[in-house]
Design a protein around this ligand. Structure first.
Ligand SMILES: Cc1cc2nc3c(=O)[nH]c(=O)nc-3n(C[C@H](O)[C@H](O)[C@H](O)COP(=O)(O)OP(=O)(O)OC[C@H]3O[C@@H](n4cnc5c(N)ncnc54)[C@H](O)[C@@H]3O)c2cc1C
Length: 415
């Protein structure tokens, strides 16, 4: 009998757990180590949107100008802490150079290659594995306060439909209010992408933990990888806070923290932590049923069966662990502009997470150059939840030397 190959996965976020699932499906003997608890990182309190409609990367024509203008007004949802780290400035420069139509579409193609199959795979996984995570397939509303904003979005909508076949409906104020009475009358209208969906991310993560345990994956929480024992380009074991783990292949899926792991993995991944916040509450009495984005204020609203979440803002302030009350207040104030009843009575949680941001909006997925059995899956930006199943499958195929179901070139390390 041939011995099963042993995979060690470092990081128990949504990318680590889906990779573990697809590897164990391929008969790997999988061990997953997580320095805190499964789903305790950025995958915990995000907005829960599975949204192919958000395919365009942040680096787009005019992004720098719009951001600077908003920052000067002092109420920008984007904040860059003035720091003299060459790492951040190099990242920003590369980001700025990609703010053109050609690079935007190139990145968006790579993003869609993960987003589209993921949506389908999620629905199959939910049915097959009976995953209870408050999944709802009700679409996503891009709501605009001003008619100018609503009209201006038509060029984005055109790009989405022409380049990616994404179909939406423009809803004028009256139609929008009859669809969703939770919005104020002053709101101008919305673009409705009916194919998107949403779920409760912490529920999804606890379900993944159950499923992986049932599948025989060895999960070690409170176990931090500290180093790798590499011999002639091959990792033989990982040194962790709970001892050494031998492996035939290692996957690093540590989200934004991957940038700090150059010493362990031998490459510096250009990932910046883009800190975002969410506020989870009980459902207000006039609660929306369809999730919403407010592009003019960069806020998301997610109604869930067991709660209601406001989220967003993007802070480039390094690995700062404080909850900045000013940012939380900005989210609250923005929600007040749109919602008749913007808050629920009970506050359940105020949370932050570090989005793993890459300058081109694409994740890093694949083998580490010059290493025989070390792989990375990190840098999923604002869409890690939406891209997870396809990422997990791609990782499992690459690690198993199978022909990948999508072209992995856009995600290669060292691009
Ligand atoms: C406010 C907000 C809203 C968002 N909304 C959405 C959304 O609606 N839809 C969407 O698709 N995406 C959304 N995102 C983005 C999404 O949350 C991330 O892209 C995704 O969670 C990244 O997953 P990950 O597994 O790569 O990282 P994480 O979830 O951060 O997982 C990495 C794990 O690695 C562990 N780790 C780190 N170092 C070590 C080590 N040395 N040893 C062991 N373990 C280690 C960490 O503890 C962590 O648990 C949002 C993010 C934010 C902040």
């Amino acid at each position: 009998m041939t011995q099963r190959r042993r995979a060690l996965i470092v990081g128990g976020g949504v990318i680590g757990v889906t990779s573990a699932y697809y590897l164990s499906e391929r008969n790997w003997d999988v061990t997953l180590i997580e320095k805190d608890s499964i789903g305790g990182g950025c995958s915990h309190g995000n907005c829960g949107l599975i949204c192919p409609s958000d395919v365009l990367p942040l680096a787009s024509p005019g992004a720098i100008r719009k951001t600077l203008a908003a920052m000067c007004r002092g109420r920008s949802p984007l904040y860059i802490k003035p720091r003299l780290t060459p790492r951040l400035w190099s990242w920003l420069l590369k980001f700025a150079l990609r703010c053109n139509p050609r690079d935007m579409i190139r990145s968006a193609n790579g993003r869609m290659a993960l987003l589209e199959p993921s949506m389908l795979m999620y629905q199959q996984l939910f049915d097959r594995l009976e995953i209870d995570c408050e999944w709802q397939h009700r679409g996503l509303l891009y709501v605009f306060q001003s008619l100018k904003g609503l009209d201006a979005y038509s060029s984005t909508d055109e790009t989405l439909s022409e380049e990616f076949g994404l179909i939406s409906r423009r809803l004028e104020s009256q139609e929008l209010h009859s669809l969703d009475p939770s919005l104020k009358d002053s709101v101008a209208g919305a673009w409705y992408y009916e194919d998107d969906g949403h779920l409760r991310p912490d529920r999804l993560m606890s379900e993944w933990k159950r499923i992986l345990t049932e599948a025989g994956v060895q999960i070690h929480e409170n176990t931090e990888m500290q180093g790798l024992d590499v011999r002639q380009g091959t990792v033989v074991s990982a040194e962790t806070s709970s001892g050494d783990f031998d492996a035939d292949a290692v996957l690093v899926a540590t989200g934004a923290v991957a940038v700090q792991m150059k010493r362990q993995i031998g490459v510096r991944l250009p990932i910046e932590p883009g800190k975002g916040y969410s506020i989870t509450m009980s459902r207000p009495s006039i609660c929306p049923e369809i999730p919403m984005l407010f592009p003019e204020h960069k806020i998301a609203v997610t109604p869930m069966n067991t709660g209601y979440r406001l989220g967003s803002t993007m802070e480039f302030s390094g690995f700062d662990t404080r909850i900045n009350q000013k940012r939380i207040n900005l989210i609250r104030k923005s929600a007040e502009v749109y919602m008749r009843e913007p808050f629920g009575d009970e506050l359940h949680e105020q949370w932050y997470g570090w989005r793993p941001m890459t300058y081109d909006g694409l994740p890093f997925i694949g083998p580490v150059p010059s290493m025989k059995n070390l792989f990375v899956a990190a840098g999923h930006n604002m869409l890690g939840l939406s891209m997870a199943p396809a990422t997990g499958r791609l990782v499992a195929e690459l690690m198993s030397d199978e022909r990948p179901f999508i072209d992995p070139t856009p995600y290669r390390i060292g691009r």
